[in-house]
Design a protein around this ligand. Sequence first.
Ligand code: GLA
Length: 727
Amino acid sequence: MSIVFNEKHRTISLHTKNTTYQMQIDRYGFLLHLYYGKRAEGCMDYLLTYYDRGFSGNPYDAGTDKTYSMDALPQEFPSLGTGDYRTPACIIKNTDRTYSSDFRYDSHSIREGKYSLKGLPAVYADTEEAQTLEVVLVDRVTGVKAVLLYGVLPEYDVITRSVRIINASEGHISVKKLMPACLEMVGGDYDFITFYGRHAMERNCQRIPIGHGVSKIGSLRGTSSHQYNPAVIVAEHDATEDSGGCYSLAFVYSGGFQSEAGKDQYYQTRVLMGFSEEQFAYPLSAGEEFQSPEVMMSYSSEGLGKLSQNFHRCIRTHLCRGKYKETVRPILLNSWEASYFDFTGESLLKLAKQAADLGIEMFVMDDGWFGNRDSELRGLGDWKVNEEKLGCTLGELISRVNDMGLKFGIWIEPEMVNEDSDLYREHPDWAFVIPGRRPNRSRYQLVLDFSRKEVVDYIYEQICGVLDQGNVEYVKWDMNRSLADIYSATADSQGRVLHDYVLGLYDFLERLVNRYPNILIEGCSGGGGRFDAGMLYYTPQIWCSDNTDPIDRLEIQYGTSFIYPASSVGAHVSASPNHQTGRITPLKTRGMVAMAGTFGYELNLNELSEEEKAEIRRQIEEYKKYASLVQTGHYYRLTNPQTDNQGAWEFVSEDQKEALVQVVGIKKHANMTVDYIKVKGLKENTMYRDTESGQVYNSTALREAGIPKPVLEGEYQAYQWHFVCEE
Ligand code: GLA
């Protein structure tokens, strides 16, 4: 049993294979947090301390006991109004216009299986694989309930949290702040690891000590954003890749979010993850409820490497869905960096022909095939195939591509509209524009109001109308701007619109995956602007960045790897000099970096030399050899490309019989020093053979002393070892 209620101590413990999470219903009915860490038995309420603390008030129930204060006690779901002055997980505006909530334990239940969330993405599991805890808290004055949901997946060391607010009061309330996950640490020094960035340079890793005052990251953009990723790690100050305690929290949500971390006056750490507060005020009439998305959490006592592997495994097998979740994805050629908007049906077919000759498996027609879309300026919203540009119907184009032995994929951007489009001329009120104001433009486009069902329904019909024209096996779902000018003509409150937009998006995606179970959908938002656990429920892979430069990609993919599995990372070989940075890199290096994700190409194959074509053929054969290891193996970060001379990483098969170590040189000097790459995750003191050179190595020596990366001539040289166990 993974969830255990102890009647004597009134504790509820959530056990996974290696971790324990414990809470206690205390003498006044407050739900206190006791422990989250390495697996442990027994009651941990000795961790709570009670002292008379100045200016930390006491609940009335405590009578004359000045030592009992919510301002110092760790809690599962701290709200505003109980005398806790730290940043709360919940603020509700009550019917009487006050902002106080006093949630006390009402009941709890434990059931087999993992809860699911209507209309929202969530980790799923078979009944025997997981358990659910539901704790009902109630504010006895207002009647408002907070139902805390905990999903426990013991084999994965993953616990999920979500909260449902039920307005059982008589009148109208509004949910102003809601953070489904709250971590409380009564002692210790922790770092806050976050992933910041910008368009084409996403998920850089930042590690800062959690100090006094609140460190906050988030997104006000209506999407999870390039600028901050909705996943954070809280690590003991001295935790490394291989040692120390650390926690990860990922919001399974694709809209605005925030995460806060800070130490309180008693040096206790609180970390929250949930909705962005700005523009959020969700109205609930009497009897209505609001279900939050969930937060995935994991703990590792063995450092960051293991923590990432916990998430990778769970995301890959219990969040991603569909036909492609466990299968190796087709090697694709995307037309974007090959020809941008400048193509015809014939030029696409020429490209496809080259792709087929090289052994590529799928051809993807990117932006520019619909309406009058010949540039960024126009056409979004008009999902009619431009047969004039293609010189044939979509069905014919697809058949011809299929006849070459290639699958066919297509690009769409359903959430957007250009002002220069028939759709906008017909329905100007379907785009987010505040009456009386001129809207913010971005990439010359406006965002459609997906909080309105009729808008979602209309675009859905249009997109299905396209997908039904032929054998489409892949869709790239793009989203190329941040939301602004939030105003929905039909909403009863504008404070709900941003969340309802995300629900509209999820509704569309859910219908799409059900109607087209054979289509592989790749998420995209100007590259990795919506790379989050929520999207991965619908799209098992996401275009990781519009930056295809392999050296920049080392950092982008490094940051991404802390949370997300390689199977979710869209990565392509592109031209050199690179279109984003102008950097010149070897084809081998571009191939190796792209192989650490869902592999593909994105360049004009017609411009390649015969030598390059031969190398691509070899690259494809090689990728096929390792694809399954990359997709399902344990991932290890071997260096930090933000600071080290080399970017190096490794995939180890689950049975530890095989490993692929890949390394790319970043810095180059004359008379170069040698870097030793420490190989991890192999069986202890066991001999492994490098299949390339035939040389045999001892695994313990490989880990402790490393293996010298050959000093190679030229910049940005890549090298790899493929080890197989000799046993
Ligand atoms: C975004 C995507 C690119 C490409 C273009 C097309 O920038 O990230 O990959 O699809 O849109 O307009």
